[in-house]
Design a protein around this ligand. Structure first.
Ligand code: NAD
Ligand code: MG
Length: 393
């Protein structure tokens, strides 16, 4: 029996995780569930999974959930705040942590789980983008098992040799081929992008996801963040990570070897596949995902990415090459710009403009500890807000 904490249980990845867990009550038990402030959904999840702990981020939501749990006669203890998120990751009885909070808020609890040596199912890519070396150091020191849940990285993990140690050349790996759907605006005329709405940006052709990552997919910043994520997970230099546009989202990524072999992982675009893989590794369990029907898919196509159409992708490569705090600055500026776009304060095309000016304004520093990252994150958020207020005037 594995005891699991799900960070961000009310989100897209969180609910898919609970869907897989519910199929295997003999294998997995939920110790803690956490959410920002979605009280009603968290309450229903508590009724179904009876965790020992639930965490919410503000006192009002905490009181509401406590009252609902008392009425229902449930014993789940409700905790409040960021420290509580860390606390439910490091409990001695917890075996695995699903890191599925969106954005920089996921960093501290995920890092706490790594320092405590827990098995980590990593969906929160922002942790690696912001603090790749700090996080990977913690994983190495504690001996945590790290299972990538992002579908592309899960595919690469499956296509690499078992026990891959970060030595690409030693394992005969030439390149990582990271697939991208191209999002909803792959073929939209560039002059129309100025006026696209948040709902249009969130209407992803293949995947159903939270709003922040949906906008990232539309701008291809998501793929940029994933290039940085792949760099840290697989110790791959930027030059050896090739983004491949693959609109069908059936091949989730590929690994190219020096002998010319290319190994891919395929499947329907449903996050329950990588989640089930991470939960059961090294075994396989049913995920509830329908079998892939290759006859229905019929055609797989591939294109080179257009950096002119998707400047966010170029900015992410640039930040990775600059290294140090540059990726943390990129990530923070992106979070602020995406939030402003979702609030209809700035246009879709202003997102890369804000990020680029923040990257130009703030010099990158070396990262030696978490505080370096958090300092860069704070500075970049402030700079991005200033840029946005200039645009709004
Ligand atoms: P989502 O918006 O659907 O859910 C986010 C979860 O985090 C919710 O439970 C929310 O309550 C919680 N949360 C939000 N802000 C918080 C805060 N400040 N403090 C604590 N908790 C907070 O997001 P999602 O689509 O499930 O994505 C989660 C993570 O997984 C992201 O990092 C995303 O990049 C990554 N990811 C998602 C998908 C996908 O298909 N959705 C695929 C690959 C990777
Ligand atoms: Mg992905």
């Amino acid at each position: 029996m594995q005891n699991i904490t799900v960070l961000g249980s009310t989100g897209s990845i969180g609910t898919s995780t609970l869907d897989v867990v519910a199929r295997h009550p003999d294998k997995y038990r939920i110790t803690a569930l956490t959410a920002n402030r979605q009280v009603d959904l968290l309450f229903r999840q508590c009724v179904q999974f009876k965790p020992a702990f639930a965490v919410l981020l503000d006192e009002v939501s905490v009181s509401q959930l406590r009252a609902q749990l008392v009425d229902a006669g449930l014993k789940t203890e409700v905790l409040c705040g960021v420290d509580a998120l860390e606390a439910v990751c490091v409990l001695p009885e917890v075996d695995a942590v699903m890191a599925a909070i969106v954005g920089a808020a996921g960093l501290r609890p995920t890092l706490a789980a790594a320092r405590a040596g827990k098995k980590i199912l990593l969906a929160n890519k922002e942790t690696l983008v912001m603090a790749g070396n700090v996080f990977m150091d913690a994983v190495r020191k504690s001996g945590s098992a790290l299972l990538p849940i992002d579908s592309e990285h899960n595919a690469i993990f499956q296509a690499l040799p078992r026990g891959y140690d970060g030595d690409m050349a030693g394992n005969g790996v030439r390149r990582i081929l990271l697939t991208a759907s191209g999002g909803p605006f792959r073929n939209t005329p560039i002059n129309e992008l100025q006026h696209v709405t948040p709902d249009q940006a969130c209407a992803h052709p293949n995947w159903s996801m939270g709003r922040k990552i949906s906008v990232d997919s539309a701008s291809m910043m998501n793929k940029g963040l994933e290039v940085i994520e792949a760099h840290w997970l697989f110790n791959a230099p930027a030059n050896d990570i090739q983004v491949v546009i693959h609109p069908q989202s059936v091949i989730h990524s590929l690994v190219e070897y020096v002998d010319g072999s290319v190994i891919a992982q395929l499947g329907n675009p449903d996050m329950r596949t990588p989640i089930a893989y991470g939960l059961a590794y090294p075994e396989r369990i049913d995920s509830g995902v329908a079998a892939l029907d290759l006859f229905k898919v019929a055609t797989l196509s591939f294109d080179e990415p257009d950096f002119g159409r998707f400047p966010c992708l170029a900015l992410a490569y640039q930040a990775l090459r600059t290294s140090g705090t540059a990726p943390a600055i990129l990530n923070a500026a992106n979070e602020i710009a995406v939030a402003a776009f979702l609030d209809e304060q700035i246009s879709f095309l202003s997102i890369p403009r804000v990020i680029e000016s923040v990257l130009n304004e703030l010099p990158a520093h070396l990262v030696t500890c978490l505080d370096d990252v958090l300092g860069a994150d704070t500075d970049a958020r402030r700079a991005a807000k200033q840029q946005i207020s200039k645009l709004i005037k």
